[in-house]
Design a protein around this ligand. Structure first.
Ligand code: KG4
Ligand code: ZN
Length: 349
């Protein structure tokens, strides 16, 4: 099946073509430069950028792949969770193309798309435990199949990615901060006792990262020399104290995820695989910890390569193809769902 995927839920504008589980072509335009000056994503700017970029990206995608819009059998779009303005732009483009071409429309849960992304590289294996770690979410799931997910644990406050991003902003590191912290962390050994492991001395599968964020902020306040007056990545790279702080943050987040995912695995003894996805799955420490956990439990580790971890349209097309293959699609009344609201199971036959 030939499916077009559209991604516009945050600050990456993407379109991609997937055919029978293989990526045919994709176009991805990052908005980092537009938001960097504000140190974070500005929703209104993001939606205007999606609107400006999507038509050109579609034209280039079709021209470079030799695919005609009328060849499309399915059109998949991230319908949420995400920033509402951006989602509305993507959903409107998807509906227009579906109406013009007659292809089947399907709205995709952005988080499900992250978890299904590895199908483009290594295939999937179920049942599995899924860890979704991104800028807005830290979730664990029991994955019964590619279309049957059960939420096991979630963050009670900040997501792991948000903790990385807010700390990076306080340190005046260039946006987006998670990747910068990870790069700096590579230059030092962590101090395991510098920051607390939060919300682990219980039986809960839920996460809490706001206390850790506050602990790091408090430490930075007490050591103002850590904060770069200018966003100078080169100068930051020479600061060994900063590197140790970053390595220690990487360490605590990695260990917190290890404890909670181990707990989730104990609740899903039938699991055959551990799926790790979302932007923070690009983190070097998180990748190492999850590889160790999978090894410890004799599970197949299903984890996308770095470009497939962060937001992209290939994962949306890949997830859309799975839904369509299960006979699940939407009508032209498909709604976008903002962050914080549950994605409804409102497919039409
Ligand atoms: O999945 P994603 O691209 O967007 C959302 O759906 O949120 O995730 C973005 C998040 C940001 O918080 C970003 O800082 C984080 O992923 N991130 C990382 C790394 N690369 C991206 N965090 C830690 N280490 C990284 N290497
Ligand atoms: Zn995402």
């Amino acid at each position: 099946m030939l499916v077009l995927g559209i991604e516009s839920s945050c600050d990456e504008t993407g379109v991609a073509l997937v055919r029978d589980g293989r990526l045919v072509a994709q176009q991805l335009a990052t908005q980092i430069a537009a938001h960097a000056v504000f140190g974070g994503v500005v929703p209104e700017i993001a939606s205007r950028e999606h609107l400006r970029l999507l038509p050109g990206l579609c034209r280039t995608l079709f021209a470079e792949s030799g695919v005609a819009p009328t060849d499309l059998e399915g059109i998949a779009v991230s319908r949420g969770p995400g920033l509402l303005g951006g989602l509305l732009v993507g959903v409107a483009v998807a509906k227009s193309l579906a109406l013009a071409t007659g292809a089947a429309l399907v709205g995709v849960d952005h988080l499900m798309a992250h978890l299904l992304a590895p199908r483009l590289e290594q295939g999937l294996l179920f049942p599995a435990v899924g860890l979704l770690v991104s800028g807005g979410h830290t979730h664990t799931y029991r994955l019964r199949s590619a279309v049957a997910f059960e939420l096991l644990g979630r963050t009670l406050d900040d997501a792991a990615g948000e903790c990385f991003d807010k700390v990076a902003k306080r340190l005046n590191l260039p946006y987006p901060g998670g990747r910068r912290i990870d790069e700096l962390a590579d230059r030092a050994e962590p101090d395991p006792n510098l920051f607390p492991l939060a919300y682990v001395d219980n039986q809960s599968l839920d996460f809490s990262f706001s206390g850790l964020k506050t602990a790091v902020m408090t430490y930075v306040d007490a050591h103002p020399e850590l904060v770069r007056p200018h966003m100078d990545a080169g100068e930051a790279a020479r600061d060994s104290h900063l590197a140790r702080v970053c390595a220690s943050l990487n360490f605590v987040i990695g260990e917190t995820l290890r404890i909670k995912v181990r707990r989730a695995l104990a609740r899903v003894p039938e699991a055959r695989a551990l799926v790790v996805a979302g932007g923070v799955a690009a983190n070097s420490r998180v990748r190492r910890v999850m590889a160790e956990l999978a090894g410890e439990h004799g599970l197949r580790l299903v984890m996308p390569s770095l470009p497939l971890c962060t937001d992209n349209a290939a994962m949306v097309a890949a997830a859309g193809e799975v839904l369509l293959a299960h006979g699940l699609r939407h009508g032209l009344d498909l709604d976008a769902v903002p962050r914080g609201r549950k994605i409804p199971w409102d497919f039409v036959a």
